[in-house]
Every structure is written in structure tokens, then in C-alpha cells.
Design a binder for this molecule. Sequence first.
Ligand code: GTP
Ligand code: MG
Length: 554
Amino acid sequence: SLLKGHNIPWVFQNQKHRIESSLLNIPVADDAEVSTRKKTFAEVQTERQDQAERTVLIKCPSKINEKKLLQYLSSHGNVKSHFFFENRGINALIEFSEKSSIASLQDAVGIPSATEHHVVPFKSRLFTFTLKNPVSQHVEETPLHLSPQCHIPVKDLIQKLCLADSISSQMYMLLNEYQLTEENIKLRFLACSLVRDFTRAYFPDSTVKPFGSSVNTFGKLGSDVDMFLDFHNTGKHATKMKKGPFEMEYQMKRLPSERLATQRILSVIGDCLDNFGPGCVNVQKILNARCPLVKFSHQPTGFQCDLSVSNSIATRSSELLYIYGCLDSRVRALVFTIRCWARVHGLTNSAPGTWITNFSLTMMVMFFLQRRSPPIIPTLDQLKELADEKDKHIIGGYDCSFVSDLTKIKPTKNTEPLDVLLAEFFEYFGNFDFRKNSINLRKGKEVNKPEPSPLYIWNPFEQDLNISKNVNQPQLEKFVAMARESAWILQKEDKTQQIIDKEPWGLAALLIPFGRSNSSKMKNRKGIGSETIRGLLDSLKLNNANSQQKAVGK
Ligand code: GTP
Ligand code: MG
């Protein structure tokens, strides 16, 4: 069948996890997928971008005849892959083998008459498929498979988790429900590619590339698409030209600062998307932010998008996280679990504010994994030592080099199961000396805070910046309190009893807001509410969950 299976884009590594994943009915890596894993970040990005350029989006009638659609399309070229998804109706993403098929399709479609529709003369890659004689379409024997583009609600997840046989399986289950699918990744790259069609009208050499969680292996279904405009090729060309007697006027127009240039570029692109971008709505130019950007909803793909101008440091961060995410299957499972836990307890929020960001939280998990004995992931300095000549990146005076070839990194000897890591994570940060110490991923060590921000996480590349400068003391305290309570819940766990009582257990118990159902259950059973317990714990400021439990028992 032409319909591709619902692949998971990243694969499980060792035998133990293969068994784990087969229990969970997660597809296990085949040879093709293993070779995907070995690809460098740059190779994966190039491949995806190329794929996106050969792709179109087709709006379909609700009773779509798949065979007919493919039959029509085949007259324009070979369809390499396709899938259907729901987004204000049924849509099909079609990847052709050849880019020329798109031009062929564009030439074959009718353009609405200008007098009736006041069309903007721009040929897009968005199409609508309607058959003149819908009566001839009979409903197919096999129902259309719609690839899901969002994850299940937390309450459904909690129910599912209760059916697992261990906390580790619960964590892999959560990962499997939340992670980006192959289809969703294709759609993300397509959104960037469609925006690029527009930016090229202004800047012929520009490309639009995704960064952040869309590409760093930690993306969740439903998260925004961070994209940036890249003029890298233009830049290269400009440096080459320097030696000759000519300067190219259009490239060399000088503005007093890079920031102003960025703002001007984003301003015209923002206006362009707002006026003519098909399906680009709620375009907001946020040009005075620290990192100027244009926010918009891309209706055809259903994504919320943040467009900024090329930021090499952010790309390096994405690649660094990509490497960490690929090294060991426990890394992503733990990050997804902690992110979900933090969201449920209001420690993170999609709006910017004084709370911890997902990015900072991910860095905290990485740091924790560096601190295990033996470490599960290497420090950034160790990755730098493995770098060769082509991995050299000096950006704004900072050495941002690290190895790109994953096969050069020795696998960890650490075999701690995920449930242990989860409990230890809460224990570690529940007792971290945030007043004195900062988190440094380059060294993989706790170091004295260089300045008194409540939470200090060194920017791995711009060494004098704190990526969690926005976090205030109350938010940090809330994080510590939740970590301690979670450590305690995991420790007092009695899975058998909880299953008998039909109560959420393990990870499921951690994903229920602590003030609510947990406290009522605890009241019934032990005559003491979790609010009371938390108050006690806070006032006692105890150092480990062991003594916490004893203290509550007194
Ligand atoms: P989600 O969107 O929450 O799934 O995660 P994300 O990693 O994509 O985070 P976000 O959209 O907030 O930011 C996108 C990217 O911008 C991140 O992956 C980082 O590379 C970068 N970024 C975000 N916040 C910071 C920050 O405070 N400091 C630095 N240096 N980079 C940041
Ligand atoms: Mg993001």
C-alpha cells in the first residue's frame, strides 16, 4: 500500500529497549531506520528540506476517494509518499519524486477569474481537490487512515499509563504518545518550505529552516514551529566577493546595526505574509523583543509559527540536543516525562513569564544525565574534544564546536532503569543547592553562581549568559517543592494496593495535580491531606525523601 505506516522517527537502541518497545507495541528499528539514526543532524535536515520542496498540500472533500486522487496525481509524476490528516476538513500531503511534478500540477489547475476573486498572482503549493461528478465517488471499502497531528489529552494518557507493567514502560508509553510522528515532521518542514516560497520573492537566496523542538528530537505533537530565515549562502557569496574590485550593491546595503537589519527584513516578510500568504493569519510582528520575530498561524498545516532571522547559536543548541536525544533511548523518555510533569503542575506555561521554559528544563535533564555515575551523556567539553576540522564553528567569538558524527561517541556503560532515573531526578533537584550553585553543561559540573539569579543555567555557547534568567524565586521554589513531593510519592508507592483501589499509580499518580484527587485520596486513607504534608515538608526543609517520610509519619 502507498500509505506508509505510522513510524516513530527516532529509534530505540539496545536490546533491552527493544524488548521494552515491543511490549508497548512500538515499531522496532529496522535497518533503514538504523541508518537514519546514524545520519548527522545536517544530513537529516538537508534530506527533510529537499523532501518538503517536492511536496504539496491538497484539501480534499469529506468523502475522498484515495485511489482516484492518486490516479489524477500520477499524470503529473510519481507520488513518493502521501498521507491524510484532519485540519478543518481532510487534507492530503503529497510528496512527489520530482520537483517538476509540482510545476506540472500548477500549470494544470484553473485559476479563479480575476474579475470575480481579485486574486493575488502567486502560484502556491496548496490545492483543493474536487470532482465534477461526486456521485461517481463511492465510499471506499477500507476507511481512510487519518494520521493524528496532536497527542491524546492528559486524562486519557493517565488511564493508558495505568495499564502498563512498570514505571519505565509508562515513560516509554508517554514518549510514544507525545513525540512527533514521521508525518508531523514532514508537515513541519512543509510549513517552512511554503514560507520560503514567499521569502524568495524578496530574497532569492534565502531559505527557511526549522529549529528548536521541531528538529532537536524533543518535539511534542502540538508544539509550535520555530523557523528562521537563513541567508547563509548569500553570506558566503559576499565573503568571496570581498577580494575582487566589485561589491554587490543589493547585498551590501548597510544599516547601522544587525538588529535593525533583522527588524527591517522581518517587517517586510511579516507584511508580505499578512497580505498575500495563503492561510497565514493572525500575523504579529514582535520586532522589539530581544530576539525579533514574526508570529502567525499557518492554517493549511494547522501550526502556530515563530519566524526569526538566522541565529547560528540556536541552530547549534538544536544540534546539541539532537545528539543527546539520539545517544540513548532513556534521554528522550526522561525529557518527555519531565516536560509533561512540569506542564501538569503549572511549572511551565506556553506564555512567556517568570517560569521555567521547556528549553531550560530540558537542559536541567541533560545536566542530571551528565551527573549520573557512570554518566549517561557526555559533557559539551567532551563532545568538543571529539570534533574534527569540519565540525569547527566559531560564532561571535565563541567556540561552538562539537562532534557531529554520532558514531564517534562511545555508548554509556550506565544501565540504570528509567524508573530509577525518574526518582533520582526529583531527588537531585529537590535537594540542589540553587542558592550557591549553577548548572554548567559544558563542564558537566555544579559551579558557583556567577551572579545571584535564582536559577542559573549557563548558556552552553554564549558562556556569559544565563538561559533561565527569567525564572524568579517563587517559581524556583515551586519547582523544588513539586520535585520533593514527587520523589516522596514515588517512594511511598504501593503499586499493588493502588491497582486494587483502582488508583493511578507510578507516573500516572505524578501527572495528577497534587492539590486535587491525590489529597482527597490521602485524606481517606491516612487522615492527612497532601497540602498538610507539603506544608510540613516545606517548614522542615528536609534534605531527602527518606527523612521526609519519617517526619510525616511522626
Ligand atoms: P517547545 O516549543 O516548548 O516544544 O520547545 P523549544 O525547544 O522549541 O522551545 P522554544 O520554542 O521556546 O524555543 C525555540 C528554540 O529557541 C530553543 O530550542 C532554543 O534553541 C532557543 N531558545 C529558547 N529559549 C532560549 C533561551 O532562553 N536562551 C537561548 N540561548 N536560547 C533559547
Ligand atoms: Mg518551540
